[in-house]
Design a binder for this molecule. Structure first.
Ligand code: NDP
Length: 241
């Protein structure tokens, strides 16, 4: 059997597409998110689905341990779980800022913390951290979301430097607009409508599809271990910003 791939945020969008892609390539999977029924509905073979909130590190570590007990060490971690709560800094609730920091940064760090020691000992492994074009360019309404994604980019690159001598890869995946559920959680209706209008102006079919991101990750993962694609930044051709 091929090596175990663990994916956070696998119940929809990019995470679900990545699960399908890596499963088709023959990997056993550990899928993690809160909506376990959506992961189970993918009906993938050799796949353990765990209901986990990534902000709860003990719950996360326990699920990662269970996956390894079943399928062996995690060779690839896709740190994908995330939320985008766009807002105006003067009106957005601090609670929404905290959610983004807890899920997008702390949840990602917990995943890294769990896998990194074993990967170093085995002298192999790959960690994909899902950043964003919002982690490369600033833009209004994304003060905290963009801040978390800038943090992901910095964390991922520093991690890569630290792991290089151990033959472990850390790769930033930075997508532009992908048509997923991501926008649906934004509570500011004006900002949400403006963002949706921008998506429709580009054309929903012209946006990135989740499969496009999954394809990039499988491509990067299947390179020989001596090749580390440090960052993949991709966006819809018609996306201007
Ligand atoms: P979706 O909303 O479709 O997926 C988000 C996933 O994260 C879901 O599976 C959700 O599962 C999971 N998740 C959210 N909070 C938690 C939590 N506390 N614990 C566990 N899982 C959680 O959006 P995308 O697929 O678009 O987003 C995936 C990643 O891609 C995110 O990091 C996002 O920032 C990034 N991204 C997306 C872009 C886009 O335009 N769509 C562009 C650039 C980056 P559940 O709710 O079941 O727990």
């Amino acid at each position: 059997m091929k090596k175990l791939v663990a994916i956070t945020g696998a119940s929809s969008g990019i995470g679900a597409a990545t699960a399908q892609k890596f499963s088709a390539a023959g990997h056993p999977l550990l899928l993690i998110a809160r909506r376990v029924e959506k992961m189970e509905a993918l009906r993938l073979p050799n796949c353990l689905c765990k209901k986990v909130d990534v902000t709860n590190k003990n719950e996360l570590y326990k699920a990662l341990e269970e996956g390894e007990a079943l399928y062996g060490p995690i060779d690839c971690l896709v740190n994908n779980a995330g939320v985008m709560l766009l807002g105006d800094s003067s009106t957005q609730e601090v609670d929404e800022w905290e959610q983004m920091i807890d899920i997008n940064i702390k949840g990602l760090l917990y995943g890294i913390k769990y896998v990194v020691k074993g990967m170093k000992e085995r002298n192999t492994g790959t960690i994909f951290n899902i950043g964003s074009t919002a982690g490369r360019k600033t833009s209004k309404t994304r003060m905290v979301y963009g801040g978390t994604k800038f943090a992901v980019h910095a964390i991922s690159e520093i991690l890569r430097e630290e792991l290089a001598s151990s033959n472990v890869r850390s790769t930033i995946i930075a997508p532009g607009i992908v048509e997923t559920e991501l926008l649906s959680h934004t509570t500011d209706t004006t900002i949400k409508t403006n963002y949706q209008n921008n998506k429709e102006r580009i054309g929903l079919e012209e946006l990135l599809h989740s499969e496009d991101i999954a394809n990039m990750m499988l491509f990067a993962y299947e390179q020989p271990q001596r090749v580390c694609i440090r960052e993949i930044l991709l966006a819809p051709t018609k996306q201007e910003l």
